[in-house]
Design a protein around this ligand. Sequence first.
Ligand code: AKG
Length: 307
Amino acid sequence: MNNETSERIDVPNIVSEEECQFFIENGYLVVPDLLTDKEIEEIRGDAVTLARGEYNCDGIDPVPETVTDQQAIGRILCIHQPHYVSETIEKYVKHPKICGILSQITAAHLPFWDGSVKCMQSMLFVKPPNFQGQAWHQDEIYIPTRDRSLIGAWIAMDDATIDNGCLWVLPGSHRQGYLYPQRNHENPDEFDFAQESFGFDESDEIPVEVEAGTLVFFNGYLLHRSRKNRGDTFRRVLVNHYCNSWSLLPWSIQEGERPADADRRCIVPVSGVDPYAWKGYDEPPKRISSRFCKAIEELPPMTEGGE
Ligand SMILES: O=C(O)CCC(=O)C(=O)O
């Protein structure tokens, strides 16, 4: 065994010192117009391919040809890990402008950080009209890092508004690195079935209304949520999660593993070096999964070509 790192991935600097500082202090950063209309159209097209079950993978079965694209995606709240099966989504996981920003802010709270970043998760939200949002949570509850460097890069594929269920954040709530307890919520009409974080003052929450092509970056300790889509358009988002490559990734600890050195290796390096390249990489399973909410349970069965 040797301790060789991976080859360095160079990405451009995109945001200013002030924007980096804003992220460190507030736990989120909005960058408008980062992706072009053509790029957004490409991700939207891939959402249809995924929803139609056209990738050869477990998780979403192919739908009959008579089912329209709108009907196919109209049944999806969120697909987890689409980059495992879709080269298009993987391309956006590695998008140089997005990764350039990640190389500037992901672990900017740490002295000596060299801009190295790796990706471990993608989620494609479609969130059709009437579909539920996600209750208050912090992403590090689900994906722990060793150095508070988890970050979401939230790509708006549609204009996201209060009406159609945009993101809401509690600025500064990441600062102490405190993980709030979670419980089952009693609002299945507003939020999906995931638990809610509680025990904090939410009165300073703000909506993050953005136009398609905007990126919203948020730290893994930032409290955030999104509400039900009360509009009449989809609210599509591709949100990818990353962290400092120098942090181990003790995610989904398996039997016999120690929290101190557990390290999931189904990752994609996207900037700088991967200091643990010598461990090798796990092949992603050819599997995606779907997230559920009350609106999905209430849908009539899909009939061929019908409503
Ligand atoms: O976009 C949303 O509705 C929620 C996204 C979210 O909560 C997350 O990525 O952690």
